[in-house]
Design a protein around this ligand. Structure first.
Ligand SMILES: Cc1cc2nc3c(=O)[nH]c(=O)nc-3n(C[C@H](O)[C@H](O)[C@H](O)COP(=O)(O)OP(=O)(O)OC[C@H]3O[C@@H](n4cnc5c(N)ncnc54)[C@H](O)[C@@H]3O)c2cc1C
Length: 266
């Protein structure tokens, strides 16, 4: 039998965690597993309203771990993230699915996490856990601990950030792949290119080939072709019921080209 433990703060919940416990966010994945008979001994949840807050301080936005996709869509400060939140599941899923939960969602999920990776977001851990990059967390999700919030810098130029999700069933199918691109520019040249793919690996991953092609250059049709050719370099996507690994690798560059072409025309 599963027991549910409720704590007023994340720190208390963190102290209560153990091998037999699973943290419960919005529960879209945890409760699905429970309903499928994969119930842990203990479910740990937190009622701290601070986890649902979005706070703006200058260009930096702190998004509480328990902020849902629907909360994101209702917040004007997060307008650059609306195109991603809007494409996660259907309305019922968006009402429950949290920002922190998306960081732990296994392939082919993690569209929001891919966007956070492209935006070089930081993750704030419970207690004195401090901050670390989303990239670090995604490399070692098994030892991540509890997450209190995500911090992100608002892109200075909204045209520099773009997102594309490819799915077979519209509007709420899961990803064949998703792509988030952040291409800040200085004097017309791209400085700090970050391209992240969802569903092209066990979790969201950066396309180092595409980033290398784009860095220091001015966005043009020829440059977009080079980035597209290098898109799936070093990536080893899984085969699943949505798409084969071969198909994902074949189309990754085609869709990156579409996204970058749309961003060039803004
Ligand atoms: C029908 C359906 C459609 C979906 N469609 C999409 C989609 O299109 N795109 C997409 O990306 N995802 C999709 N998902 C997956 C999922 O809904 C999202 O990834 C969601 O954001 C997970 O958040 P949650 O709060 O519900 O996580 P939960 O189910 O509560 O938890 C998931 C995991 O995250 C951990 N976790 C949660 N919060 C924290 C925290 N604060 N600190 C540490 N660990 C934590 C949990 O312990 C658990 O391991 C879909 C799911 C369903 C059921």
């Amino acid at each position: 039998m599963t027991t549910i433990e409720t704590y007023p703060t994340l720190d208390e919940a963190a102290r209560a965690m153990g091998q037999d416990a699973v943290y419960l966010g919005g529960g879209t994945l945890v409760m699905r597993a429970v309903n499928e008979g994969k119930a842990p001994q203990r479910l740990v949840r937190v009622t701290d309203p601070g986890l649902t807050e979005v706070r703006l301080s200058g260009d930096t936005i702190r998004i509480g771990a328990a902020v849902t996709m629907s909360d994101v869509l209702a917040n004007r400060d997060l307008d650059f993230l609306h195109p991603i939140a809007r494409l996660i599941g259907g309305p019922q899923v968006r009402n429950m699915a949290t920002v922190a939960g998306n960081l732990f969602a296994a392939h082919p999920y993690g569209d929001f996490a891919a966007a956070l990776l492209a935006l070089d977001a930081s993750v704030i851990g419970a207690g004195q856990g401090g901050a670390r990059s989303v990239g670090d967390l995604l490399r070692d999700r098994g030892h991540a601990g509890l997450i209190a919030a995500v911090e992100i810098r608002r892109p200075r130029d909204p045209r520099a950030f773009g997102f594309l999700k490819v799915s077979r069933v519209k509007p709420k199918g899961v990803s064949v792949l998703s792509i988030a691109a952040h291409l800040p520019r200085e004097g017309g040249r791209i400085r700090g290119a970050r391209i992240a793919f969802g569903a092209m690996g066990p979790g969201p991953l950066r396309s180092t080939g595409a980033e290398r092609a784009l860095e220091g250059q001015s966005l043009s049709a020829a440059l977009i072709d080079s980035a597209a050719s290098a898109a799936s370099e070093g990536l080893d996507p899984p085969t699943d019921e949505i798409a084969s690994a071969w198909y994902r690798k074949e189309v990754a560059g085609v869709h990156l080209k579409r996204l970058l072409t749309e961003m060039e025309r803004r």
